[in-house]
Structures are given as C-alpha cells and as structure tokens.
Ligand binder design. Structure first.
Ligand code: CTP
Ligand code: CA
Length: 220
C-alpha cells in the first residue's frame, strides 16, 4: 500500500529558510555584500521540499533557480530579509543560512558619491543590522526547531557553541570557511547542539542538505 508519510516525512510542516548574502546600498551604484552564493541554503530548501515540507525561501541576491515546490521571496537588504521572515511566520522549523551583512551604511546617499580632487575619501559611517536569528529566538511565534549557521575561519566548535548560547537557537551548523568553501561546491560542517557535536567532513552541499533534513526528521 502507498505510505505517504514514509516518502513525505515533512508533509504538513512549514519550513522557513533564509539564503544568500544581503546587499546594503551605499549610494545608487555601490553596495556592501559578501561572497555567499546561496547554494547551501537553496540545496536545503530543495531537500526539505523533496521531503514533503511547505517551504518558504527568503533569498538575497543570488544567481540560482528556484527549487521545485519552493515558495521564494526575493529581498536585497537585511532589513527587507527580517521583514520577509516575520511575514512568513508561523513556521515549524526555521533554518537561517543567509550570510546577513552585519552592517549597513548609516545613510544611503541619494546621488553617486563623487571623488574630491586632492581630498581624502570621506569615512563611511556604518550601523549594525538587526540579528534576524536572535530575533526569531525571542519572537512570540518562535519556530519549534530553530537552526542557525555560522561561518568561521578558526576555533570552529568554540565559536559555534558561543553562538548557540548567544542567539538562543537549537542547533548551529558551523561552516569552516577558512578554505574555498564560500561560493564553492563542497562544505565541511560541525553540527553543534545541546547534546554534542557531529562533524561532517567535506561533502557536496546537496549532501549536507539531505543529511541535515534527515537529522531534522529524526528530531521532530
Ligand atoms: N544572522 C542573522 N542576522 C544577522 C547576522 C547573522 O540572522 N544580522 C544569522 C545567520 O543567518 C546565521 C547566524 O546568524 O544563521 C550566524 O551568523 P554569523 O555571521 O556566523 O554570526 P554573527 O553573530 O554575525 O557573528 P560574527 O561576528 O562571527 O559574524
Ligand atoms: Ca556575521
């Protein structure tokens, strides 16, 4: 007999995912961003949809097709990403994979900023962006399973465990970005939870996505 729950174990669950970088405008032609390609977040969205979930993918500016069965919301800035995440609630599971820009320009210049001959460039005033993940952890509609990512270049587990506590999420998937991971096709991750740490060495991003979705299915 057909057993839908075996093939669609996340059927009836809403999974909210952020992915990609954010882009913070300085003036009409310039912005602050980072090297995130969005590939890991998009792969997780695809794997969650394959497992039967209803998936909302809030994506920063990336050059990737929308995975089958995924509802995609495109945003540019961290403030837009935060608003889109709140609009998508409630969700059963949230996975914050986006590389949110930590700072934005304090004021966006209306016109292109020009060089002034002989003058030193004006300093760029920055302000901190809201922490979308920490905000979700405190939200009255906090998802039942809240997962953060962390990009680290050293002391991976130590930094990840500190983030788990500071942000109030349930798991941190820590990326070792000391090599060519950012924007690349493989990932090495530490899964840091209250119960301990698992290490997944150098796997293709779609495989990290499938394993993560499998771990989520086992958890809920
Ligand atoms: N994050 C977020 N909003 C921000 C910054 C980060 O939601 N403004 C989320 C990311 O999506 C990720 C997690 O928080 O899931 C950790 O991001 P990371 O940049 O590693 O952590 P930060 O707290 O910004 O610390 P760091 O100073 O190391 O960049
Ligand atoms: Ca950061």
């Amino acid at each position: 007999a057909f057993a839908p729950d075996q093939h669609r174990p996340l059927h009836g669950k809403h999974v909210l995912i952020t992915a990609g970088p954010t882009r913070e405008p300085i003036d009409p032609v310039r912005y602050i961003a980072n090297r995130s390609s969005g590939r890991q977040g998009f792969a997780i969205a695809a794997a969650a949809a394959e497992a039967g979930a209803q998936v909302t993918l809030v994506a920063g500016p990336v050059h990737l097709p929308t995975p089958a069965g995924v509802m995609r919301v495109d945003v540019e800035t961290a403030l837009e990403m935060e608003a889109a995440v709140h609009d998508a609630l409630p969700s059963d599971i949230a996975i914050m994979v986006a590389a949110v820009a930590d700072w934005r320009a304090d004021a966006r210049a209306e016109q292109k900023i020009k060089k002034q001959k002989g003058d030193a460039p004006a300093p760029l005033a920055l302000v901190e962006n809201p922490d979308i993940l920490a905000g979700l952890a405190r939200h009255e509609k906090r998802p039942g399973l809240l997962i953060g990512f962390a990009a680290e270049t050293e002391k991976i587990e130590e930094h990840a465990r500190a983030k788990l506590a500071k942000k109030g999420c349930d798991w941190i998937v820590a990326n070792d970005v000391s090599g060519d991971v950012m924007g690349g096709s493989d990932n090495s991750v530490h899964i840091v939870t209250a119960n301990g740490t698992e290490i997944w060495e150098r796997l293709p991003k779609p495989e990290v996505a499938r394993r993560l979705v499998q771990k989520i299915i086992e958890e809920i």
